[in-house]
Every structure is written in C-alpha cells, then in structure tokens.
Write a new protein. Structure first.
Lengths: 181, 360
C-alpha cells in the first residue's frame, strides 16, 4: 500500500508571503496585547488581565483545584485528640506501603484503639488518595493545599503523627494559591 | 578638527551598533517571551539591584563566556580556528562604515558628514564585506576538524551564494532608478517628492524588490527561517567546536548582521535618514507651510528618523525569527534559485521597461 501524500496547500499558501504576514500578525497581536497588559500593570491598572500565561512560581502560585490531592493531614476530635482509631484500613489499602501505624488501647471503651504512631513516608507515597477513601472515620484527608514538601534527607520525608495533626486545611472556597508547608 | 569630527562619527557608529546589539540580545529573550505569553529572563541581579526587566542577564552571559575554557580541537587548525570568528565579526562591523545615518550639515562653521566613509561604490563595498564575512564561517567549519562543523560551513557558503545573487540582482532595480552606487546619493534621491506630496522612497518604486531584498537580507543573517548553517536540531553548525568568547563573537555576528540587514533595508528602501517634507532648513509642507529649524535640530531629527526605522526593522526581523519555522535545505535552495532569482530578474526587466516608457 502506497502512502498517500495529502497536500492541502493551494496557490495562496504557496505564494508564502500572505501566509507569512498572517503568521506574523498573529504573533505581533500577542506581543502588543501582552505589552499593553504589562504596561497597564506598571501603572497599577488592569490587574485582572494577565500579560502572560506563566506564573512566577515562588512568588506567585497557581490556583489549585479543590479536588486536588495534596499533602495529607490527620483530623482531630472536638477534644483535640486524633480522630483515627488505628483500624489499619489505610495501611492495608496503601499501594505504596508508605503508612506505618502502631495501635494502642484507648481508655474510652467506645473508641477501643488509638494510634500511638502514625507515620507517612512521603518519599514513597504516590498521592493516590486510597487512604482517604478507605478511612471509615474521616480521620485522614488530603486537603492541605501543600504541594511543595521536600527534604534533603530521606528521614525528612517521613511525617509523624504530630506533624500530620498540626497541618490545617485550605479554606474551602476562593483559594487563590497553594499554601506553604 | 576634521579628524576630531571623523573620530566622533566613528565612535558614534561603533557604540551605536554595539549598544543596539546589547539591546537585541535582551530583546531576543524578552520579545520572544512576550510573543509567546511568557515573561522571559528576569532573575539576574547584582548586589540586590533592581532586575531592570532582565537587562543584567547579558552581563551574566558575558561573565560566563569570558570565564569559560577556550577549547581548540587537538586535530583542528589552531590558527584558523582562532582567527575565523574575528573575520566574521570584523567584516560584519566593517559594513557599517558606508551606511549614512545622517546627511551633511553645517554646524558652527564645520562641515559634519554623518557617514564614516563616503565611497561612491558604497553598495558594492557592503556586498564585498558581506561576501568576505562568509570566510569566517567556512573557515570555522573547516578548522574545527569536525564533520558536522564542516557541513555547517559548507551550508553557510551554499546559502550565502544563493541569496547573495538574489540580493545583488534585486538592488540592480534600485540602481537603474537612482543611477548611483553611493548610499548617500541614494538617500538624498529618496527625499524627492512625487507630485509634491509623496516621498519617493525605494519601497514605493520597488515593492517587489523590497520583499525580495528583505527576504535575502534575512537569509544573510543566518537566523531562524534561514538558519540552515546552524541547524540546531540536526547539525550544531559551524560553531560546534567553539566555546567562550569565540562562540560569543559568532553570536554577536548574528545580531550585528541583523542590525546590518535592518540598516540596509532602511537605507535602500525606506529613505534612510529622510523625514518626509524635512529639507536642510526645516519642514516644507505640501500645502505651502514652512517651519524653519536650525541645522542641529534637523540633524537630530534625521538621525532619530534613521535609528527609529532601524529599530522597527530589528523588531520586525526578530518577530519573523520567532514566528516562522525553519526551511529544509532543499526548500531553501528551491526558494532561492527557482523563485527568488527569477523574480528578481523579472523585477529588473519590468523596472527597465517602465523606465524606458517613462523617459520616452
């Protein structure tokens, strides 16, 4: 079977000059539109119209989707103790095996167990969110909006229970940028 | 005193070209960024000084290139490898000697001619200098002892030959109209008015010639739509084995040739330093009004006019460089030999016919 060559260029395209002018007009349009926006920003005008599609990352952060799975946090009961009952569901479901829980006996017989240790190795975590899905107590969530956790050591990537409990959720609506860790 | 004036003029041209080249290095980054909805390089600073929209990046480049190892391939030709970037840069800079950026003025009793060298074969001189400049690229390719470099040098020479012919043939149309090779005379002739109101700039007399010349001049700069000698994605080009300031010299040559192309198009087709209706003693408007100005103001206006036009053409060349994809080698040759060369010859023939009809 021979490969058919589809040539859709007519005489107008093959003259080349009008098409070049069309292309240059397109890029020049972008240039002058963006320059107008940048110039307006210099005088403090038209801030809602952006002059570029890129974000100046460390200073300026992109709006995140509320559905985005970000750094985990452990939720608390009203008295401040962790909501987790150490049922090991998340540890079992975790495909990366990055959750490590040590259960202890809770003084309240209604609760039975509580985590003595709850470590997440973020160096292993694949951010799949199965732990959040599996949790029957709504004790773990991925709604902190922190996306830039990093460390110089492997140990630094292991977040213990205290660290995870201290994280706060991003405000539900109107979040314009990701939180800093 | 005449030597002092000449010295000033040379200094002005040199610093203007080098300064404009510095701005173009910056504009290359920033203009392309703004065209592509980006911000562009804006991080380099010195001791917490303001970033000045990325102007320091050129200095950072300079420091990096100066402190880099100057590598010469062991099997290459040491002498030619060293001298070829100098040849390229030297001839690119030399071409500016005959480009008039202003007329001849009488200031405080001195005659000031704003052209370094008033040659009566100025146009020929520029073509000669541009053709000599190609030796830099070919020798660079040969002296590097690298097949890819050699291929780049061969391509550079092939492209140069193809487009130099078109360029020369296009200019003949202008020569037939203006009857001189002296760029200053061509500029003065472009100040004439047709019917008392329309300045007879070259672009109005030779619209096809302008398009062909502009394209060929763009090909001479060896930048993107015509960057076959570099061909970054296939062969790295004639400067593959170059590093540090020697590479920077090739880089500067690219930008200086862009400025040269802009200056040549301005001089030949857009009236050079002419401002419409501005004579040597002030404005003479077509409706009869006269606004006389001192010679110094006229000089500044005309030099400003030339620089503005050069800036606009540099912008346009940069715009095209960042808009069009590049040609393949066979497309480039076909465009050069079987489209542009016949068109430029047609241009000569049509110009000749019109001139004969006009004069009879």
């Amino acid at each position: 079977m021979a490969i058919k060559k589809v040539v859709e260029t007519g005489l107008w395209e093959r003259i080349y000059v009008p098409e070049v002018i069309r292309g240059v007009a397109l890029t020049a349009g972008h240039f002058f539109r963006n320059m107008a926006a940048h110039t307006a920003h210099l005088f403090g005008l038209g801030k809602q119209k952006r002059g570029s599609a890129t974000y100046q990352y460390p200073e300026e952060r992109r709006p995140l989707s509320p559905r985005l799975r970000t750094l985990h946090r452990l939720t608390r009961r009203e008295d401040g103790s962790p909501r987790c009952v150490a049922c090991m569901m998340c540890e079992t479901v975790c495909p990366a095996r990055c959750i490590y829980i040590v259960a202890g006996e809770h003084p309240n017989p209604q609760i039975e167990k509580y985590p003595v240790r709850f470590d997440i190795d973020l160096g292993l975590c694949v951010m799949c969110g199965y732990c959040v899905e599996a949790c029957p107590e709504d004790a773990i969530r991925m709604d902190t909006g922190v996306i830039d956790f990093s460390s110089y050591t492997r140990e630094g990537m292991i977040y213990d229970m205290k660290k995870l409990l201290d994280l706060s959720p991003t405000p539900a609506r109107g979040v314009k940028s990701s939180a800093r860790p | 005193m005449n030597y002092f004036i000449a010295f000033l003029v040379v200094g002005f041209v040199f610093s203007a070209v080098m300064g404009l080249m510095y701005i173009l290095l910056w504009a290359e980054r920033k203009q392309s960024a703004v065209m592509q909805d980006r911000i562009g390089a804006n991080r380099a600073t010195f001791f917490g000084l303001p970033t000045l929209m990325g102007l320091w990046h050129n200095i950072a480049d300079g420091i990096k290139l100066i402190t880099k190892e100057d590598f010469i391939p062991p099997s290459g030709n040491r002498f030619l490898h060293t001298i070829s970037p100098m040849i390229a840069l030297f001839f690119a800079l030399m071409s500016f000697a005959v480009i008039p950026f202003g007329g001849v003025y009488d200031l405080w009793g001195y005659t000031v001619s704003l052209q370094i060298l008033n040659l009566n074969v100025g146009l020929l001189y520029i073509f000669a200098a541009m053709s000599m400049g190609i030796y830099g690229f070919v020798l660079a390719g040969w002296a590097s002892a690298n097949n890819y470099s050699l291929l780049g040098g061969m391509r550079a020479s092939g492209q140069m030959i193809s487009y130099e012919i078109t360029m020369g043939a296009t200019v003949i149309g202008l020569l037939m109209i203006y009857g001189t090779l002296d760029l200053q005379q061509i500029n003065i002739a472009q100040g004439r008015l047709w019917g008392g109101w329309l300045p007879l700039w070259g672009v109005l007399l030779q619209p096809l010639g302008f398009i062909l010349f502009f394209t060929a001049a763009m090909a001479e700069t060896k930048r993107v739509p015509f960057d076959i000698p570099e061909g970054e994605s296939e062969i790295v080009g004639y400067f593959m084995e170059y590093s540090g300031m020697k590479f920077a010299m090739f880089w500067q040559t690219d930008f200086i040739e862009t400025i040269l192309a802009a200056a040549l198009v301005t001089t030949l087709f857009f009236g050079g330093w002419q401002v419409p209706f501005l004579m040597s003693d002030g404005f003479h408007f077509p409706w009869g009004a006269v606004w006389s100005l001192p010679a110094l103001v006229v000089m500044l206006l005309q030099v400003g006019s030339f620089l503005t036009k050069v800036f606009i053409f540099c912008f346009l060349l940069m715009l095209i460089r960042w808009t069009l994809p590049r040609f393949r080698w066979d497309q480039l040759m076909r465009l050069g030999w079987s489209i542009m060369l016949p068109l430029s010859i047609l241009n000569i023939v049509v110009t000749g016919f019109v001139l004969v009809l006009w004069q009879s």
